[in-house]
Design a protein around this ligand. Structure first.
Ligand code: ATP
Ligand code: MG
Length: 418
């Protein structure tokens, strides 16, 4: 893609409302545009990042046996009354449809997927099953000052699993932890994301959150020593019994000695037990002909929050720094002197060669100054920069820079450093 043809305007002017680092960087870089607090457009560059994150999530969910579907975003009030969440979920957007009908905008989908599951899963032979979707969710969040980290409209992957036994749910739940770890690793956050014990398990002692350490995080976690990347959400920390089951040789007060960190929740998995299947009188016929209620799990992950988190955590003073797997383009190619015929020819050739090799490349052949080009390319944060100037063109060479480290190398045209 030629930068001159891209639907993009990088900018220094950011609205004063945008106090969060991720929103500032992503707006400056032309990745997103705020429509109102907590609501963003994803421009072509930003949408490429979001789609790549979502593709990774789909791959990992498919690999563990999830099946993708798409549920409606517009829900009837009755389904939410059945679970007590019409009044119980404070962030639920409610609206009136034709004929004065009460409707909700999907904030989560237990209310839709559970009655749907009933229509398909009728015999013990139909289990286990897991379905997931990636969809825009709506929540009337009180504070929406954190850019993509807390949207009122945002993307969520939500998976729901149905089982005939607790053991089967437990085994699937463990597999989901591995899948989530893969997602965060592939998105470049593996080193700073912690499997975190949290309250809120309905039929188990805990739920698990995945928390990424960042100063902009709203949660406080206690890091468990000697267990890899494991932590405890501070909100459960005062229950000695729970602590004793997580911390080896726990003595009261030990938690106060643990290292703490601010973190953002990038995923959350729950064992729901029969909470929702019970609410909808979901029963299946077991082997012996008896009627039983299935147990369920739910597994949430926010691709747009993940994108904002990557922007927060991996950026530097020059701008964004995308990890390879989710970068909108792999290479940012710059022609420093498009007016110089030899320079332009060398850069055009490099562009053609990279494209031919299937490398995603963004080509800046504009008339802007070298300084402006460098600054803009740093801001955009593509993993590799390739520079063709009159001197390197004459020598048949290209100068490469790795964005994350600043490491430079000069290679013969036609060779690249990855
Ligand atoms: P939080 O505690 O941060 O409000 P939550 O516990 O309500 O989040 P879940 O209902 O567990 O969130 O949603 C699953 C995932 O969806 C979260 O782990 C997060 O990644 C993402 N998510 C939730 N709320 C938002 C939001 N307002 N904006 C962007 N992503 C969100
Ligand atoms: Mg949560």
């Amino acid at each position: 893609m030629r930068l001159s043809q891209l639907f993009l305007k990088t900018t220094r002017d950011i609205s004063k409302d945008e106090v969060s680092k991720n929103a500032q960087l992503l707006t400056k870089g032309g990745y997103v545009n705020q429509l109102m607090a907590g609501v963003y457009s994803y421009l072509p560059l930003g949408y490429r990042v979001l789609q790549k994150i979502e593709r990774i999530i789909c791959e990992e969910m498919d690999a563990m046996g999830g099946q993708e579907l798409l549920l409606p975003a517009l829900h009837p009030k009755e389904n939410w009354l059945a679970t007590g969440r019409w009044d119980g979920l404070d962030v639920l957007f409610k609206l009136k449809g034709a004929g004065d009908r009460d409707l909700a905008l999907g904030a989560t989908h237990e209310e839709v997927v559970t009655p749907l599951g009933m229509t398909v899963l009728q015999s013990y032979k139909d289990f286990p099953k897991a379905v997931y979707q990636i969809q825009t969710k709506f929540r009337n969040e009180a504070r929406a000052k954190s850019g993509l980290l807390r949207g009122r409209e945002f993307r969520m992957k939500d998976m729901y699993s149905f089982h005939t036994s607790q053991d089967d749910l437990d085994a699937f739940y463990e597999r989901s932890i591995e899948a989530y770890v893969n997602v965060y690793r592939r998105c470049g956050l593996g080193d700073v994301t912690y499997l975190t014990y949290a309250s809120g398990g309905t039929f188990s002692k805990y739920s698990h959150e995945f928390q990424t350490v960042t100063d902009s995080g709203e949660d406080l976690i206690y890091i468990v020593p000697g267990k890899g990347r494991v932590a405890i959400n501070k909100e459960i920390i005062d229950d000695p019994e729970a602590l004793a089951s997580i911390l080896p040789n726990y003595q009261p007060g030990d938690e106060k000695k643990l290292e703490t960190a601010k973190a953002i929740e990038v995923g959350n998995i729950f064992k729901l037990g029969t909470k929702y299947s019970g609410a909808f009188d979901f029963e299946y016929t077991d082997k012996d002909g008896s009627r039983k209620v299935p147990v369920m799990g739910c597994y949430g992950l926010g691709p747009s929050r993940l994108m904002g988190t990557v922007a927060e955590v991996l950026s530097d003073e020059h701008g964004l720094v995308w990890p390879e797997e989710i970068a909108p383009y792999k290479v940012g190619l710059m022609c420093l002197r498009p007016g110089d015929e030899a320079c332009k020819k060398a850069a055009d050739e490099a562009y053609a060669a990279l494209q031919k090799a299937g490398v995603e490349v963004l080509y800046d052949d504009s008339e802007a100054s070298a300084g402006e080009k460098f600054a803009q390319m740093d801001l955009l944060g593509l993993p590799w920069q390739a520079v063709v100037g009159p001197k390197s063109a004459a020598e048949g060479k290209i100068e490469w820079k790795k964005r994350a480290t600043g490491e430079k190398s000069v290679l013969l045209a036609g060779a690249w450093p990855f």
